[in-house]
Design a protein around this ligand. Structure first.
Ligand code: UDP
Length: 254
């Protein structure tokens, strides 16, 4: 197989040039990192599961009219996506207090918020992704006010839909992080959901026991990390058919 050009390697994913112009291949690794990469490790099978979970959630969102970068899954660890210009903002939505919100504002983890809250973080590793306001985003031109209107509207729809979808399988969607990109079609530009949607960037708690089923198990050394990711996939009805024994999956061809 011909060597593919690697365009970018992040903490959990690699992007390769796609088969046609305007497409990319997104490869999901088992590597995990937390606390701005101060903590690093591997979660066996995570890449395979996140590839499936992100595919499933983006397809479901597509069905309700949320535009996404997802085209199709290629194999156990790779999916074909549309190439977009990433808006350098992490959009975080919170329904229940946890993580940095609890720490910063002294609100106990698990407190239901009076309403969903959207926060923005400037994607810049050197600055450790500082929190910013919409004012900074528009003043510095990271996104235009019209882009922000689209981002807020899409984010609220995504939150409503995913909250219901997860609740249906006994999971509370506590918070999550999403990213958006600009997709150019000739002279047209659309804001679309990009990156990934998986237990790496969502807080998912069992709705009965509040047991954590996400990356906090890795961040906080709670053990049974692989099992938690598997359980999310199982409840969504998308465990790979081959079962868990093949979760290491094929290595990428480069
Ligand atoms: N999150 C993420 N990437 C980041 C920071 C946060 O995916 O770089 C997700 C995280 O998994 C959680 C939500 O965004 O679901 C809110 O995270 P928080 O601000 O509480 O920070 P954390 O406690 O993860 O440091």
């Amino acid at each position: 197989m011909a060597r593919r050009r690697q365009l970018y390697e992040g903490k959990a994913k690699i992007l390769f040039e796609g088969p046609e112009p305007g497409t990319l291949v997104q490869y999901f690794k088992d590597d995990a990192s937390a606390f701005n990469a101060q903590k690093k490790g591997t979660i066996t099978g995570k890449g395979v599961l996140n590839n499936r979970i992100s595919e499933y959630l983006m397809l479901r969102l597509g069905e309700i009219g949320v535009p996404t970068h997802f085209v199709r899954r290629l194999n156990m660890r790779e999916q074909l996506i549309r190439e977009v210009e990433i808006i350098p903002i992490d959009v975080v939505v919170r329904n229940i207090a946890a993580g940095s919100l609890s720490k910063r504002l002294g609100i106990p983890e698990g407190t239901r918020l009076p309403r969903s809250i959207i926060e923005y973080y400037y994607k810049n590793d050197a600055l450790q992704n500082p929190m910013v306001a919409e004012e900074h985003i528009t003043a510095f031109g990271w996104a235009h006010p019209q882009d922000m209107d689209d981002i807020v509207a899409l984010t609220l729809r995504i939150n409503d839909f995913l909250t219901g979808l997860f609740l249906g399988v006994g999971i509370s969607l506590v918070d999550f992080k999403i990213e958006f990109g600009r997709l150019y079609d000739n002279d047209d530009m659309r804001i679309v959901l990009a990156d990934e949607l998986s237990p790496d960037n969502c807080r998912l708690w069992d709705s009965k026991t509040n047991e954590k089923m996400d990356k906090d198990r890795f961040r906080r050394d709670l053990g049974r990390v692989e099992e938690a990711y598997q359980e999310v996939a199982r409840r969504l009805g998308i465990l790979p058919e081959a079962g868990m024994r093949d979760l290491k999956g094929p290595e990428t061809m480069q």
